[in-house]
Design a protein around this ligand. Structure first.
Ligand SMILES: [Zn+2]
Length: 466
């Protein structure tokens, strides 16, 4: 059992701050008040800010291997390039999961939703090795094995030309069996490892796959995760495929719920937004990816006004090209000051922090256990060093954390009461070794040629009218 007491630490209190002690007993927050008796280890919180851990609510860890090199492409072409060079060695999956966890932790996140790209033929092995990586680091992991049952070209509207698509290499039933097996082997919420059902999106999945996922979600009480209407092309495709919007269709087939989180949500109309509110679905805002791929700007302030829960994700490092959660939170907040002129709806730094913490917990249906500094909740906590140059001089600490350019500001982090960052360093794994492995298994390069892009680019340009 883990017990400790953080002394003299700054926390948000109403719209101000308070200096308090925080007792953690048996991995849960036991008391928050000034001058508490020390239980367990005493932690010096002086000149530090304590916040609940954030959620990196949508990423793809293995994209780390291609960050910085991906062409300047929109999603449909970018995906083709990505998959032509995707890592196929489980050891690489392991290393990029470690890297994703470390970068998430050092930018304020204590939970990560990894929409995990599976190595064909080694699906369970991929899930197993990512699970091992997250267990070793100690970050709270929501592993969402990325599945589809249609081939890549089916993800684009046909436009004027009739298209035929290769069948996907694995049957829908076989894919669902893999997920069910993964749940049996790895889904251990009490130990910080969760499996989600995660069809990649309407563009590459049949109704049978969505419905199979919904059944697994109901049977094993799993959260549901998917991409949703990331691009204009997907909006067109939904009309071709269903004759209605993707959101109307997902509602009809029963995928939307209070344990469903949807990445991107760029191309939704007002009726769609009302459906997300009514079904209590969560939007995961990935602003950097949406900018990098030219996908568009998600109508986040409309979601908030409609009562839709919103949280933040980095998205995979190939479309970002980092895993800096604080950066995603900053851009995801101030981006909307140019899209919505009524400044009274603009996202304040404190609102951004709440979206990143409680919003993330809500999206995974665990807001009763995580997401805020509340007595009784589990201790997923982050301590920021307010004497760091990037957080000086002393103004409004949360304001500067969100709006500034904080670097190396995470002093300590705990997940379920276990300290896994101390003095700015992840202590559970050897990060120097990780860096050496990432270095050794890669090389500097500038160019490569994607054959799939060469095959599909002309069609893409035609249906997009380019
Ligand atoms: Zn994604």
């Amino acid at each position: 059992m883990v017990n400790f007491t953080i002394q003299d630490v700054l926390i948000a209190a109403g719209d101000d701050y308070a200096t308090v002690d925080v007792q953690v007993v048996d991995s849960k927050i036991a008391a928050i008040a000034p001058n508490l008796q020390v239980i367990g280890t005493a932690i010096d919180g002086k000149n530090k800010l304590l916040l609940p851990g954030f959620f990196n609510a949508h990423t793809h860890s293995s994209e780390m291997w291609q960050r910085g090199i991906m062409s300047m492409f929109p999603l449909e072409l970018w995906l083709a390039e990505l998959y032509d060079f995707a890592p196929l060695d489980p050891e690489e999956i392991y290393l990029s999961a470690l890297g994703t966890a470390v970068e998430t932790l050092l930018s304020g996140g204590t939970s990560v939703v990894d929409h995990l790209v599976l190595i064909p033929g080694l699906e369970l092995e991929t899930i197993a090795i990512a699970t091992r990586a997250y267990r070793e680091v100690g970050i709270r992991a929501f592993i969402a094995p990325l599945i589809q049952d249609e081939s890549l070209t089916a993800g684009m509207p046909s436009g004027e030309s009739a298209q035929t698509h290769e069948p996907y290499f694995r049957s829908t039933a076989a894919t669902l069996e893999i997920i069910e097996e993964a749940v049996k082997q790895f889904h251990r919420p009490d130990e910080g490892i969760n499996i989600l059902v995660a069809p990649t999106g309407i563009q590459l999945c049949t109704d049978a796959l969505f419905q199979g996922c919904t059944e697994l979600s109901d049977r094993y009480n799993l959260c549901r995760h998917s991409h949703l209407l990331e691009t204009k092309a997907q909006e067109k495709l939904a009309q071709e495929k269903y004759g209605c919007t993707a959101v109307e269709h997902l509602k009809r087939i029963g995928f939307l719920s209070n344990k469903t989180s949807l990445a991107h949500c760029v191309w939704l109309n007002d009726a769609d937004i009302a459906i997300l509110a009514e079904t209590q679905s969560t939007v995961v805002h990935n602003p950097l990816s949406n900018l990098r791929l030219g996908s568009g700007i998600a109508p986040i302030l409309k979601y908030r006004q409609a009562g839709v829960n919103v949280t933040f994700g980095c998205d995979g490092a190939s479309s970002n090209d980092s895993q800096d959660l604080l950066e995603a939170i900053k851009i995801g907040s101030i981006l909307h000051n140019v899209t919505d002129s009524d400044y009274q709806h603009w996202i304040t730094p404190r609102q951004a922090v709440e979206m990143a913490s409680l919003g993330g917990a809500n999206g995974l249906n665990i807001a009763d256990k995580l997401g805020s500094l509340t007595v009784g909740k589990q201790a997923d906590l982050v301590l920021y060093d307010l004497t760091n140059l990037s957080l000086l001089p002393r103004t409004d600490p949360i304001g500067l954390l969100v709006l500034g350019r904080p670097s190396n500001v995470v002093n300590s982090a705990w997940v379920n009461g276990k300290q896994i960052v101390t003095d700015g360093k992840v202590t559970t794994i050897n990060v120097d070794e990780l860096k050496q492995e990432l270095f050794n298994r890669s090389q500097w390069k500038t160019k490569r040629k994607s054959e799939t892009v060469a095959q599909i680019e002309a069609h893409y340009r035609t249906f997009m009218g380019l």
